[in-house]
Design a binder for this molecule. Structure first.
Ligand code: NIG
Ligand code: FE
Length: 412
C-alpha cells in the first residue's frame, strides 16, 4: 500500500507544531477520532476522520481498531555500540560502591573501552542488532548512537562504521555522534587527551563524515569546563553540531557551557544549577533528561518540572549503555517521568517525540504526525494515552510503522 488513509484512531497524538518549550509541552496536539493520509512513506494530511474520509473516499484504509496512535519515539541519547558487558560492576553498585568510584578504580568506561578495542566491526554490529530489534518493538523508530568506547581514532571510527552498517541492516534510523572525549584513557591526562582529540580524533571523525554530532563527558574528575570548551570549539569549527553530558554527578556548570556553545542538547542534568535552568530556558538548547540512568544508579531525578516550568524544551532519552544504565525500557521511562518527575502524559510524549527529534537535528523529518513528515508512527493495544504510565512498565505498542511500512507487529 503506497497511498492509504490511517483511521480507527481513538486518540491521535500528533505532537505537531515543532519543538515545544515550557507550557507548550503540555499541548501534544491530540485529535479524537483522528486520521491521516500516508503517501509514499510521507504524511500528507492530518485531521478528523470524518473530514479525511470524505476527502479521500475510495482510498485503501489502515483501520487501527479504535486505538491510540502516536509518533514513533526518538531515543535521543544512547551508547548502543560496545564490546563486553559490566554486570559485575552492577553488583558492586548494589553493594554500595558509587559509579564514579568504580570508574576511578579502573573499571567503568575503561573496562568497556578494553572490550570494544578488542571487538571487530562485525562483532560490534552483531552485538547491537538484537538491542535495536527490542527497541523497535518498544516503539523507537529513530535512535541517536554515540561512539566513546575507543578513546583512540581507530576504535572510535570502527564504532561509527558499525553504526553506519547497523543503519543499513534494520529499520530504526540511527543518528551517529562522535564521543571521543568520554573518559581519559590510561597512560595520559585530561589535558593531553584533549590535545589528542583536537589534533587527531576530531579531525579524523569529521573527515570520515560518519558523525553528525560531537559530545563530551563534562564532569568533575573527567573533563573540566575549560577542557570541554576547547574540545567543543574545535568540534564546532569542524562542522559538528554539539551535545554535552552535563551535570550528571556534580553541578559543574556543563549545561551553561552547552548553552554558550549553542549545543543542540545538554544531557543528564541531575545536578543542573539553578542559573543554568534559566539559561537553558532562554536558549535553543534542548534539556535532555535520562530518568532510567537516575533509576539504575539510585540517584535523584533531574528537575524536569523546574526545567519545564522555567520554560525549557525538555526531551527524554534512554542513555542505554553497558555501565550506568543497561536498559532502554521506555515504558518504565514514561512511568518515571510521570510518577517521579511529575510530568504530565502529554509532556512526556512531547519529550519522547518532537523534542527528542530536535535534540538530534531530525525534527524536519520525524517526531510528529503532520504533513511533510515521514510516516513513523505507533499503534497501541490501548485506546488512551493515560494507559502508558498507568500500565507501568508494560509494552503497549502493538505495531510500528517506519516511513509508512509496517516494521514491527501485526497489521493494525
Ligand atoms: O551517559 N556518563 C557517562 N557516560 C555514560 C555511561 C557510560 C558507561 O558507564 O559506560 C552515561 O551515563
Ligand atoms: Fe550517556
Amino acid at each position: 500500500m503506497n497511498r492509504y488513509l490511517v483511521e480507527g484512531i481513538s486518540e491521535l497524538v500528533t505532537c505537531a507544531g515543532g519543538k515545544k518549550r515550557g507550557r507548550a509541552m503540555a499541548d501534544a496536539g491530540v485529535i479524537r477520532d483522528g486520521a491521516f493520509l500516508v503517501d509514499g512513506g510521507v504524511i500528507r494530511d492530518v485531521g478528523r476522520r470524518q473530514e479525511l474520509a470524505a476527502r479521500y473516499r475510495g482510498l485503501p484504509v489502515l483501520d487501527c481498531g479504535n486505538k491510540l496512535v502516536t509518533p514513533g519515539y526518538v531515543d535521543s541519547h544512547t551508547h548502543l555500540v560496545f564490546g563486553g558487558e559490566r554486570s559485575s560492576e552492577f553488583v558492586r553498585r548494589l553493594r554500595g560502591e558509587p559509579y564514579m568510584a568504580i570508574m576511578r578504580s579502573g573499571g567503568g568506561i575503561a573496562a568497556t573501552v578494553q572490550a570494544t578495542r578488542a571487538a571487530s566491526e562485525e562483532q560490534l554490529v552483531r552485538a547491537a542488532l538484537p538491542h535495536l530489534a527490542e527497541m523497535l518493538s518498544l516503539g523507537v523508530t529513530t535512535c541517536e548512537v554515540k561512539s566513546g568506547y575507543g578513546l583512540d581514532t581507530e576504535t572510535e571510527l570502527r564504532q561509527l562504521r558499525a553504526v553506519a552498517r547497523l543503519n543499513e541492516l534494520q529499520p530504526v534510523e540511527l543518528i551517529p555522534t562522535f564521543l571521543g572525549a568520554h573518559a581519559v584513557p590510561a597512560g595520559t591526562d585530561a589535558d593531553r587527551y584533549i590535545d589528542y582529540c583536537v589534533a587527531e580524533s576530531l579531525p579524523a571523525a569529521a573527515e570520515s563524515g560518519l558523525a553528525a554530532f560531537a559530545d563530551i563527558f563534562c564532569e568533575e574528575g573527567v573533563f573540566s569546563l575549560a577542557q570541554s570548551e576547547r574540545y567543543l570549539r574545535r568540534a564546532a569549527d569542524l562542522g559538528f553540531r554539539l551535545k554535552v553530558h552535563a551535570d550528571e554527578m556534580y553541578p559543574l556548570g556543563g549545561a551553561g557551557l552547552a548553552v554558550r556553545m549553542g549545543a543542540a542538547s545538554a544531557d543528564h542534568l541531575l545536578q543542573v544549577r539553578e542559573e543554568d535552568i534559566a539559561s537553558l530556558a532562554a536558549s535553543d538548547t534542548v534539556a535532555t533528561v535520562l530518568p532510567l540512568t537516575a533509576f539504575c544508579l539510585g540517584e535523584r531525578y533531574a528537575p524536569a518540572r523546574r526545567l519545564i516550568d522555567g520554560g525549557a524544551a525538555l526531551a527524554v532519552g534512554s542513555d542505554f549503555n553497558p555501565g550506568s544504565c543497561c536498559t532502554y525500557a521506555l515504558p518504565l521511562s514514561v512511568a518515571l517521568c510521570c510518577i517521579y518527575m511529575k510530568m504530565s502524559v502529554e509532556e512526556t510524549l512531547t519529550a519522547l517525540t518532537v523534542n527528542a527529534a530536535a535534540a538530534c537535528g531530525c525534527e524536519g523529518r520525524t517526531g510528529s504526525i503532520e504533513a511533510g513528515k515521514q510516516a513513523d508512527f505507533l499503534v497501541y493495544a490501548c485506546d488512551k494515552k493515560e494507559f502508558l504510565p498507568y500500565r507501568t512498565g508494560t509494552n503497549l505498542v502493538r505495531s510500528v510503522y517506519k516511513k509508512g511500512e509496517l516494521v514491527y507487529g501485526e497489521t493494525a
